[in-house]
Ligand binder design. Sequence first.
Ligand SMILES: C[S@@+](CC[C@H](N)C(=O)[O-])C[C@H]1O[C@@H](n2cnc3c(N)ncnc32)[C@H](O)[C@@H]1O
Length: 196
Amino acid sequence: MFHTISQPMRDRMNDLEAKDSQDRIDGTPRLQRLRQITHDTGKFIALLAATVPPGHIIEIGTSAGYSTMWLTLAGRETGRTVTTFELLEEKVKLAQETFQRAEVEPLVELIVGDARDYLPTYKDIAFCFLDAEKDVYHACYEAVVPNLVKGGLLVADNAINHQEVLKPMLNRALEDDRVDALIVPIGNGQLMCRKR
Ligand SMILES: C[S@@+](CC[C@H](N)C(=O)[O-])C[C@H]1O[C@@H](n2cnc3c(N)ncnc32)[C@H](O)[C@@H]1O
């Protein structure tokens, strides 16, 4: 799958990786930063999303579309689009630029707004990547899990570097008998839940 990364996509990934690193060095205010997943995390979610049963691939927290590009690799391979939710206008513009430059526009549906307003209508979710503000993780988890297909996956970023603030949600997932769950030490730590 990784050998299908086109030159335009590779170029945009490289640009966004450089911008994200520079933002961290510059001390750019938090809401303006891209706060992307790591390269390894991108590979991890792409590989996982390519293995799930039929159903929707969704993402909560687009930012500039870096993680979305990784998910489109799985989408292309399995004949699916990726639906991604983003709240902030400024990030939406960057993401639109990303999808255009990387030539993946036909593979992405970008929804502008609070994901929590839309999630109850998203049935048959096969893969969900959760990477939004930490205070919405728990609500998103509770909205997504009932709508996951059997064998579907929910993966949430920051399960190790924001372990304290996410503790109630992480404990809920690790003890939830609707899913099998594990925290994987890739990138900032990935909570991985598979629907039973
Ligand atoms: C950590 S960044 C996402 C980074 C992105 N997944 C990547 O790796 O390229 C979190 C993003 O989620 C967005 N966000 C936060 N809460 C949201 C919500 N309730 N619905 C939709 N987007 C949200 C923020 O505006 C921000 O752009």
